[in-house]
Ligand binder design. Structure first.
Ligand SMILES: [Zn+2]
Ligand SMILES: [Zn+2]
Length: 191
């Protein structure tokens, strides 16, 4: 059940890093190339801040600063707001609200093990209307998790594909679930 979910279960473990002296242009190019929303900013091997898509838009596009000569250290969000990877999702959400940030750094002791974003939270709470278990999706980017096939009924209810095959008719609206197209789970990446 979702109540037992921990930060470590849904964090994005693919961390991209750049030096504080790198330009905003380099960061933006890397975000596009790797389809990522944030990059950790390092100084002498230590992570000191984070730059997000939003920072690029807000601080560069909107102000007209030149992206090729503006350094990450000038526009990054700092300090990093960290949460223990064993904390609950609820604790992470509280911290985000309290600190007014959209991303947290998940830590395991001294190590940064992932980035926790608003988007991960939304994706993590898709549950099957029939079995009430979580529907694993590729947007979670958790390497150990294989995304599952699921279908969305016209009424908005979601089911694991095996569950839909078993019940045949939607539990909420009684529509037939069998004739529906099954989306490829990989296509749900942007959630
Ligand atoms: Zn199910
Ligand atoms: Zn339905």
């Amino acid at each position: 059940m979702s109540g037992a979910l921990r930060v470590r279960d849904i964090i994005n473990r693919k961390i991209t890093r750049l030096k504080e002296s790198a330009s905003v242009k380099e960061a933006a190019d890397l975000m596009l190339k790797n389809n990522i929303g944030s990059i950790l900013v390092e100084k002498k091997g230590k992570s000191i801040g984070i730059i997000t898509e939003r920072d690029v838009v807000k601080k560069i596009v909107a102000t007209g600063l030149p992206p090729t000569s503006t350094k990450l250290r000038d526009v990054m969000s700092s300090p990093l707001i960290a949460i223990d990877c064993n904390a609950s999702i609820g604790e992470a959400v509280q911290l985000m609200l309290r600190r007014k940030v959209r991303r947290l750094i998940a830590t395991d002791g001294e190590d940064i093990v992932g980035i926790f974003t608003e988007r991960d939270i939304v994706g993590s709470f898709w549950t099957c209307t029939w079995c009430h278990k979580r529907i694993r999706r590729s947007s979670l980017l958790v390497p150990k998790e294989k995304p599952e096939f699921y279908i969305t009924c016209t009424c908005g209810a979601r089911y694991h594909s095996p569950c839909a095959n078993q019940i045949v008719h939607c539990h909420e609206c009684s529509s037939s679930l069998i004739e529906m197209d099954y989306p490829d789970p990989e296509e749900t990446l942007s959630g």
